[in-house]
Design a protein around this ligand. Structure first.
Ligand SMILES: *Cc1c(COP(=O)(O)O)cnc(C)c1O
Length: 335
């Protein structure tokens, strides 16, 4: 059996989740007729403390719909240099919305520094794009934005006239680690995107949550981008199951990641970044490609990242026993 640590997107729906999908009540959601999609949207919005939600096929489309709703042509958004919504979404805001990104380096803890941000906000002058939106990511590269930091986000944004979007693909990992409801992590933001298809274990889908008015406008962009789906309650049912059953258990993924990190750190020549959630970044100071091939031959898949570090991600389909085996294989491969 293959142990797949490349990403938390690789999970397969559990049999209970498949049962929930199989018995979902369906309708045409473009007509607003799918009761299961509506229930998912209300559930997600409620959990994140927002008025309304919109089910979309992917996190990329969710962020893009948010970006297009917040920003118009000639506007810009401030965003982390290695944030998904800047680096890994094909430049969608620029291509499809004429929205200019203003990226900046994140701090070591994953936050964006307010002084650096303030210096990047453009004055009201026709030479510049209009600074419209600040986009944060939580968790970001496995790191959880501190609650004290989140409390200062809204006052900053108000001072500079920015609206706030959170790429909360893994917001529930952040909430579980911080020991607070996800609504508290979401509170400062006007819009929040969450992924059902990561650690929560659903096969497909994200939900964008915000005010009623924002989601009404967001649905226009979803349709434009080809994200209006029909009997999508089949997929939404998996999302409901995930939100009702797979949130608390994220703590197990975090514990497995810690065990993995501790075991790896004991191997000579291996350096491991501090672990907060379900991602372990490992520097083996050697040939990672060769190592990845060796590990693959023994049934362990992992992602070489940025050419230097290896990324190992725990999830629903990884058990504590799997972690033991992974550590054995690493010790052997690196000995
Ligand atoms: C995965 C991910 C997304 C995008 O989700 P897709 O469903 O893969 O398009 C957005 N942001 C972050 C932080 C992610 O990890």
């Amino acid at each position: 059996m293959v142990i797949d640590l490349r990403s938390d997107t690789v999970t397969r729906p559990t049999s209970s989740m498949r049962d929930a999908m199989g018995s979902a009540e369906l309708g045409d959601d473009v007509f607003g007729d799918d009761p299961t999609v509506t229930r998912l949207e209300e559930l997600a919005a409620g959990m994140l403390g927002k008025e309304a939600g919109m089910f979309v096929p992917s996190g990329t489309q969710s962020n893009l719909c948010a970006l297009l709703t917040h920003c118009g042509r000639g506007d810009e958004y401030l965003v982390g240099q290695t944030a998904h919504a800047y680096l890994f979404e094909g430049g969608g805001g620029a291509v499809l919305g004429s929205v200019q990104p203003q990226p900046l380096e994140q701090e070591a803890d994953g936050t964006l520094d307010f002084e650096k941000l303030a210096a990047l906000v453009k004055p009201d002058d026709f030479h510049y794009a209009r600074s419209r939106l600040l986009c944060l990511e939580n968790t970001t590269w496995g790191k959880v934005l501190p609650l004290e930091y989140l409390e200062t986000v809204r006052p900053f944004a108000e001072k500079y006239g920015l609206s706030l979007h959170l790429d909360g693909a893994r917001i529930f990992n952040a909430a579980v680690v911080s020991g607070v409801p996800a609504s508290k992590v979401a509170a400062p933001f006007d819009s929040v995107s969450l992924c059902l298809s990561k650690g929560l274990g659903a096969p497909v889908g994200s939900v964008l949550v915000a005010s009623e008015d924002f989601i009404k406008e967001g649905k226009r962009f979803r349709k434009m981008l080809g994200g209006g789906m029909r009997q999508s309650g089949l997929l939404a049912a998996a999302g409901i199951y995930a939100l009702e059953n797979h949130v608390e258990r994220l703590a197990e993924d975090h514990a497995n990641a810690r065990t993995l990190a501790e075991g790896l750190a004991e191997i000579p020549g291996v350096t491991v970044d501090p672990v907060q959630t379900n991602m372990v970044f490992v520097d083996v100071c050697g040939d990672t490609i060769h190592l990845a091939e060796r590990m693959e031959a023994s049934g362990v898949l992992m992602a070489g990242y940025t050419g230097k570090k290896i990324r190992l991600v725990t999830h629903l389909d990884i058990s504590a026993k799997n972690i033991e085996k992974v550590l054995c294989e690493f010790r052997e491969a690196l000995s």
